[in-house]
Design a protein. Structure first.
Length: 277
């Protein structure tokens, strides 16, 4: 880990969510992170897909420690965080197939995030890569982050499952500020029409208006980068999907600038108890 100084700026927590699995969350979390790092920001990508963690696989790493170790006495966050790129692109691995993590209750999550808050505060961005669906881990962590990003594809099943995530988070956790990213599109127009379909259902039935973060083309370089275990932004920075990801990273950066001072108050992941009240 390279960042020992406290970040003088405020950290934006970004949750990457989806209803359906396999829509591209992990690739997007990693590569949006990479794009922001290349633009000079300090960044921590946290694998919070505690069921099927796999950012380590995308990077070709075999972490010795992971989130689970943070529950052991004497283990501090610095022991678990790994460097992806020198200069402030770091990674916090999760464990796969560990029921204790999957079944975390609110007290455990709160203890975990309180333990991590100091480390989070050293970065400009904290990206949380979640598992798909509406498990308690996903819902509570997403509701605590400042910028929930829902990833959908143009497939109707991805849209209906994505709508279900918005519905539950808005009804049970009062989250209303959703940002929609449409992955695996054939054209910018397809990204827009997919967003419009989802947004009109949200407006009509939930009375909320999500923001459009942008679309990412279906691109053969993405699975190729996965096979080679190199982040797409490094493997093929000029390909279409990488260019789209770059544009979305710029929008996320603008959002952080817009939030500005607001980010400086309170914990980086908003308190569970505060949120539930
Ligand atoms: N824009 C894209 N173009 C082509 N393939 C993609 C794209 N985004 C994701 N994929 C492929 O979809 C699969 C699932 O991606 P992943 O990031 O693991 O999804 P999730 O984390 O949502 O389960 C991967 O094999 C990846 O190569
Ligand atoms: Mg994933």
């Amino acid at each position: 880990m390279n960042t020992t100084e406290k970040n003088p700026n405020a950290t934006l927590s970004v949750s990457i969510l989806s209803g359906k699995g396999g829509v591209g969350k992990t690739n997007l979390a990693l590569n949006l992170g990479f794009a922001l790092f290349r633009a000079g920001h300090r960044l921590l990508v946290m694998d919070f897909d505690v069921g099927l963690a796999n950012i380590d696989v995308l990077l070709g790493l075999s972490p010795e420690k992971n989130l689970q170790d943070l529950f052991r006495p004497g283990v501090v966050a610095e022991d678990v965080v790994l460097s992806i790129e020198a200069g402030g692109f770091d990674f916090l691995p999760a464990a796969s197939g560990v029921p204790e993590l999957l079944e975390m209750d609110e007290d455990m999550r709160e203890a975990l995030f309180s333990k991590l808050n100091d480390v989070f505060s050293r970065y400009d961005y904290l990206f949380l890569d979640h598992g798909a669906g509406i498990s308690p881990n996903v819902l509570s962590a997403a509701s605590m982050s400042r910028m929930p990003v829902l990833v959908v594809t143009p497939e109707p099943t991805s849209l209906t499952d994505g709508y279900a995530v918005i519905k539950v988070l808005s009804a049970q956790y009062k989250v209303r500020n959703f940002h929609i990213l449409v992955n695996q599109v054939a054209s910018p127009r397809e990204a827009e029409t997919t967003f419009e379909r989802l947004a009109s259902a949200c407006e009509r039935f939930l009375r909320l208006s999500p923001s459009f973060l942008g679309g990412v083309h279906t691109d053969p370089a993405v699975p190729e980068a996965v096979r080679r275990q190199i982040p797409l932004m490094k493997f093929a920075p000029k390909c279409r999907a990488a260019q789209d990801i770059l544009n979305i990273a710029v929008k996320i950066h603008r959002h952080r600038q817009k939030l500005g001072q607001k980010l400086k108050t309170g914990p980086i992941l908003k308190n569970l108890l505060e949120r539930a009240s």
